[in-house]
Design a protein around this ligand. Structure first.
Ligand SMILES: [Zn+2]
Length: 309
């Protein structure tokens, strides 16, 4: 029970931040949405929060993640420059507020004036955590943002716009409800916060993330990606945040997380406390590339490895 309450506080904090903070909503007013063609049917929208993936074709539109509610008018304007078709599908890569907060506003705006239901796909752990409510209280995430097409098997697949779309569950990585989405003929993989080039990963222990699961997920991504030539190009990878990448970028990131995991494991074996591990700076040589020392990441690795199995 104590664990459940901790989880609720952790997720609740994520959702309250943008609404409560005056500066956050003023900052969102200034955000411009940039659309970048990735490959084939797939585009990436960059604004604030997680990257949005757009698959557009003769049938309609599919989105991976939805950023913030306040950005919905600008996001729909950017989508309308790519296609005038209805929105059919949304897939959420995890439960984070900056990836799902447009789940209600985007379908309403995109399909204004037409009758078209939007299916919102996510792993069932996303729904379970969003719907968790302390006894007698409201669920921490309002039900209008919940997925309505959750899956529980290791993968879910369907065809849309003449293309195979494969959603894979990545257990216990960034959270326990992570999905990655492969657009097979476009040869583009959208992976959410499992992979964030230029910044250390968020391993959200309260929501079921683990460092080992994150490394396993990065290795799964590497099984799906196929480079074109000299380890470059081929399958493109849309990260949760940051630029469009390919397999070589994911290899570098996987190696970084694996090496830091091994270093922290060694320090734990030597009997070091968390404070001693932080003081030993096991990420020192990577810090310039990943945004400087990050105590939250180190702490998550330490605690993840310290959990008794
Ligand atoms: Zn994110």
């Amino acid at each position: 029970m104590k664990k459940l309450i901790l989880t609720i506080i952790a997720v609740g904090a994520l959702y309250e931040r943008p609404a409560r903070s005056q500066t956050a909503s003023t900052a969102l007013e200034k955000v411009e949405i940039q659309a970048i063609h990735v490959q084939g049917n797939v585009h990436m929208l960059v604004g604030a929060g997680g990257n949005i993936t757009v698959q557009a074709g003769i049938e309609g539109l599919l989105l991976v993640d939805t950023q913030y509610e306040q950005l919905a008018p600008k996001i729909v304007a950017a989508i309308r420059r790519l296609s005038d078709k209805p929105l059919f599908w949304i897939i959420n890569t995890a439960l984070d507020a900056d990836h799902v907060s447009g789940n209600d506003a985007l379908p309403k705006l995109a399909n204004a004036g037409i009758r078209q239901n939007v299916r919102i796909i996510a792993h069932e752990n996303v729904l379970n955590r969003m719907a968790a409510a302390p006894r007698g209280a409201e669920p921490i995430v309002p039900d209008k943002l919940w997925p309505n097409d959750e899956y529980y098997l290791p993968q879910k697949d369907f065809s849309f716009n003449g293309e195979a779309v494969v959603v894979y569950h990545m257990p216990a990585a960034h959270t326990d409800g992570d999905s990655i989405v492969f657009f097979r003929s476009s040869n583009v993989l959208s992976v959410g916060d499992i992979f964030t080039p230029g910044r250390y990963p968020v391993i959200d222990l309260q929501n079921g993330g683990t460092v080992q699961g994150l490394i396993t997920a990065l290795n799964r991504i590497l099984q799906i990606t196929v480079p074109l030539k000299y380890q470059e190009g081929g399958t493109y990878v849309i990260p949760g945040h940051g630029r469009i990448c390919d397999e070589a970028d994911v290899v570098e990131y996987r190696d970084m997380v694996t090496i830091i995991r091994d270093r922290v494991q060694d320090l734990i074996k030597k009997g070091m406390t968390l404070e001693q591990v932080k003081a030993a700076r096991p990420t020192r040589d990577y810090d310039p590339e990943y945004g400087g020392p990050n105590d939250a990441f180190l702490e998550a690795v330490y605690r993840s490895l310290s959990i008794k199995k």
